[in-house]
Write a protein that binds this ligand. Structure first.
Ligand code: AMP
Length: 215
């Protein structure tokens, strides 16, 4: 299974990709996670990406295209994958098509999650990530007696620095300007499906699973 999850920040791409990768045993490839790991390890990629990410801007296309090419060539992508956060520009989508042709990869689906703008800001500024397992929560999902700990693995929860209100609003603007036009790139293909991402996580997951198992 080879999938792309598409949508604005906070639409649930990461949450849904994680659920699906666990259920179907395929790689979850999140470019945001790869960049955050590179930043934490202070690699040349992380150092290059930091100022863009901190400001809520996109990391330049040539950097991202090189990164995703390396991942798609690696063992990690051999048995299927879910791309979460790539492509984010038309140039990235065109480069991805060329990579698929070069590597003999056939894309099964592009799943687009639609969420209203107010809800995006609400979700981004209310979300916490587990520093240990990477699961994502909102404040209503936390344990009352341990609100700073992951309910799944007890890892420490943190707020992403780019989830502050001002940066979250800027990321939404960047999405509307740079990434939303990509919908037109994929919309006319029969592999494209849009799902209402305003629904509860479990409903969206169920719809995605039904869609993929009927293919
Ligand atoms: P995410 O975790 O997907 O919200 O990504 C966090 C940040 O990483 C984004 O705001 C960008 O700065 C950067 N990033 C992730 N994926 C890409 C991409 N495909 N193109 C450019 N920048 C990216």
């Amino acid at each position: 299974m080879r999938l792309i999850f598409f949508g604005p920040p906070g639409s649930g791409k990461g949450t849904q990709a994680k659920l699906l990768s666990e259920e179907f045993g395929i790689s979850h490839i999140s470019t945001g996670d790869l960049l955050r790991a590179a930043m934490a390890n202070r690699t040349p990629l992380g150092i290059k990406a930091k100022s863009f990410m901190d400001a809520g801007n996109l990391v330049p296309d040539e950097v991202m295209i090189k990164l995703i090419h390396e991942v798609l060539e690696s063992e990690q992508a051999k048995n299927g994958f879910i791309l979460d956060g790539f492509p984010r520009t038309v140039a990235q989508a065109e480069a991805l098509d060329a990579m698929f042709a070069e590597l003999g990869i056939v894309l099964d689906r592009v799943i687009s999650l639609r969420v209203e703008h107010d809800e995006i800001i609400r979700r981004l500024t209310d979300r916490l990530t587990c520093s240990s397992c990477g699961r994502i929560y909102n404040s209503s999902q936390l344990q009352k007696d341990h609100p700073d700990r992951c309910p799944y693995c007890a890892g420490e929860l943190y707020q992403r620095p780019d989830d502050t209100p001002a940066t979250a609003r800027h990321r939404l603007e960047v999405y509307l300007k740079e990434t939303k036009p990509l919908k037109e790139f994929y919309r006319n293909s029969d592999r494209f499906t849009q799902i209402d991402g305003m629904q509860p996580i479990s409903n969206v997951h169920e719809i995605v699973v039904r869609l993929l198992t009927k293919d």
